[in-house]
Design a protein around this ligand. Structure first.
Ligand SMILES: *Cc1c(COP(=O)(O)O)cnc(C)c1O
Length: 400
């Protein structure tokens, strides 16, 4: 170990890790920006050596030593993002995928391939995660319960317990330490997409697996689709093997953009959270709003229920972008019952607290007063339509 390595292993604060993790080797190489390695294959005159590396990978799923072999086995640019995210979540490793859903699928395949196909899950979850489990698309079988019911729902073939906190879209919070305790030896997966490691590090509270739709805050600019699982090295090996066999890899350009996104993650999340908390306060005081959901741990997501027609708010925003997804630098608003959670059966959706008048807003980095005046004028439209009901007749949006 040389002097450089000593420095690298010293504990560092999250804000420091965000801009340095995954980049520790660059200065010694005379580089500042990380290189993007777009190779799908890697020439080698040593096929004996390659055979040994493939054998080692098949045995443990450990990142192959020496030069890379093929893009589906691993990519150096993507590996930088994985290293950085693991550092931020405080785990040994992280494994990146083409999307959040590809990441969740890989986790289910790892456990299912071990004969542990039963999943215990707490609603609400992101709509497509709910759908993947409810439909049993990957051969899993789900038991839905509340956090207090987790221990009783476990079976000998339970391979996974799955929770989101704060949950999409109601921002309901789960006591992660208590649920981790209830899981015993069954791995707890926490979807940490909404909180990000800036606000919450589930691994410190007993979660074995921390999942992100990196499409959201980690990328942060609405231009990358990606997923990642932060976990211990043993589970990471299995995830890499599934990724190799099923092919849900992340593109190296996406890996580069995610690494760049991480460097501003702490400032973005803190700034947007401060604005979101203020908007939540103003919405709470507004008579046109029936209920506001804002988590105790804070964050940049606000959900609220209107007395009038929520479709009118969506049709009425001008500065705020009416779009699904979240975690971008600009503010987005959507109607979960119509979009993000449309694929969930209406009864299940309402049972999980996702009402027909609920709107979900992802607060960005705009000025708080500009956001408020846009919300205020959109709420005025909804006020005019009050009493029509969430599914009532609505006028077409004016041209803009
Ligand atoms: C968006 C989202 C997902 C799915 O991620 P994709 O990148 O869209 O595949 C999973 N969980 C949560 C909480 C999400 O918001």
């Amino acid at each position: 170990m040389d002097a450089h390595d000593d420095v690298r292993t010293a504990p560092r604060a999250l804000a420091t890790e965000a801009v340095h993790a995954g980049r520790d080797d660059l200065a010694r190489q005379g580089l500042h920006a990380p290189p993007i390695d777009l190779s799908t294959t890697y020439p080698s005159y040593d096929s004996r050596g390659e055979a040994a590396r493939i054998d080692a990978f098949a045995a443990t799923g450990a990142e192959p030593d020496g030069p890379p072999v093929y893009g589906r086995l691993g990519n150096p640019t993507v590996a930088r993002f994985e290293t950085a995210l693991a550092r931020l979540e405080g785990t040994e490793a992280a494994v990146a995928f083409a999307s959040g859903m590809a990441a969740l699928s890989a986790v289910l395949l790892v456990r299912g391939s071990m004969g542990l196909r039963h999943v215990v899950a707490v609603r609400p979850l992101y709509g497509c995660s709910d759908h993947l489990l409810t439909a049993g698309l990957l051969g899993s079988e789900v038991t839905w319960t509340d956090p207090a019911g987790v221990a009783d729902a476990l079976r000998p073939d339970t391979g996974l317990v799955l929770v989101e906190s704060p949950a999409n879209p109601t921002l309901a919070e789960v006591d992660l330490r208590a649920v981790a305790h209830a899981c015993g030896s069954v791995p707890l997966l926490v979807d940490n997409t909404f909180a990000t490691p800036v606000l919450q590090r589930p691994a410190e509270q007993g979660a074995r697996l921390v999942l992100h739709s990196a499409t959201k805050y980690l990328g942060g600019h609405g231009d990358v689709l990606a997923g990642v699982v932060a976990c211990d090295e043993e589970f990471a090996g299995r995830l890499r093997q599934v990724r190799f066999a099923t092919g849900g890899v992340l593109h190296p350009l996406a890996g580069y953009l995610l690494l760049r996104g991480l460097s501003t993650l702490p400032v973005r999340v803190r700034a947007a959270s401060a604005t979101a908390a203020e908007l939540a306060r103003r919405l709470t005081a507004d008579p046109r709003v029936a209920r506001v959901h804002y988590p105790r741990i804070g964050g940049a997501m606000v959900a609220f229920e209107v007395h009038g027609d929520p479709h009118e708010v969506i049709a009425g925003v001008r500065l705020i972008t009416p779009a699904v997804s979240l975690g971008s630098v600009d503010t987005l608003i959507q109607h979960p019952a119509s979009i993000s959670h449309r694929i969930v059966d209406a009864e299940d959706r309402r049972g999980a607290g996702v009402g027909d008048r609920l709107l979900r807003m992802s607060v960005g980095l705009e000025d708080v007063d500009d956001l408020w005046s846009d919300l205020d004028q959109a709420l005025k439209r909804c006020e005019t339509g009050a009493g029509n009901g969430a599914t009532g007749h609505r006028a077409p949006a004016p041209a803009h």
